[in-house]
Design a protein around this ligand. Structure first.
Ligand SMILES: CC(C)(COP(=O)(O)OP(=O)(O)OC[C@H]1O[C@@H](n2cnc3c(N)ncnc32)[C@H](O)[C@@H]1OP(=O)(O)O)[C@@H](O)C(=O)NCCC(=O)NCCS
Length: 159
């Protein structure tokens, strides 16, 4: 059976949690926060195999000047099969329709790449933006972010 792709499908917070757990991205998520995140998303693209959620992309933003990729996850059993490319293609089509951060349209279509995922995004047309900034309101948060940046840069340098 083929993988099916849908835009603005009803994704349940529980299946989002299972997908996040499968890629090791769940320590900070919960069913309750997933529900808030899903209902606050301006665009949701889902990939399903036999009904099971195997890929998810969420965009947040104002639909005019700003779109940001809040989730881009593909289940490990379905990675490197074109699922991520298809989901991002749907998101870019949405951005083009909204005239946000595409072509000659004003605005920004942004994301933060996980360590190792930058190569994937570069294949799809994204470039590094060193002027991106992240709020750190406590020392521990700042250290956490700086540690993440060091690991990210180290992994990128290996390419
Ligand atoms: C990163 C991720 C979304 C990519 O999705 P995917 O379905 O595996 O990617 P695709 O099969 O559509 O790949 C598209 C292209 O990117 C390449 N690619 C995919 N992942 C890559 C990676 N980690 N490093 C380098 N290239 C990668 C593929 O080889 C393919 O190239 P090609 O078209 O020249 O053959 C997926 O691996 C994933 O969910 N990983 C775990 C969670 C994660 O890191 N998410 C990103 C959060 S920022």
């Amino acid at each position: 059976m083929e993988t099916e792709f849908t835009a603005n499908d009803q994704v349940a917070p529980e299946e989002m949690q299972s997908l996040l757990e499968s890629v090791g991205g769940a320590p900070y998520s919960s069913i309750e926060r997933n529900a808030t995140a899903l209902s606050g998303s301006i665009f949701v693209a889902a990939a399903r195999h036999k009904g099971r959620l195997v890929g998810l992309l969420r965009l947040v933003g104002d639909g005019a000047y700003v779109l940001h990729v809040a989730d881009m996850q593909v289940h490990p059993d379905f990675q490197r099969k074109g699922v991520g490319r298809k989901l991002m293609g749907m998101a870019i089509d949405f951005a083009r329709k909204k005239k946000t951060g595409t072509g000659d349209n004003s605005g920004e279509f942004t994301l933060f790449a996980r360590a190792g995922a930058d190569a994937f995004y570069e294949k799809l047309g994204f470039i590094l933006a060193p002027n991106g900034m992240v709020l750190t309101d406590t020392g521990s948060r700042r250290n956490h972010e700086l540690d993440h940046q060091r690991r990210w840069a180290k992994q990128r340098a290996k390419r």
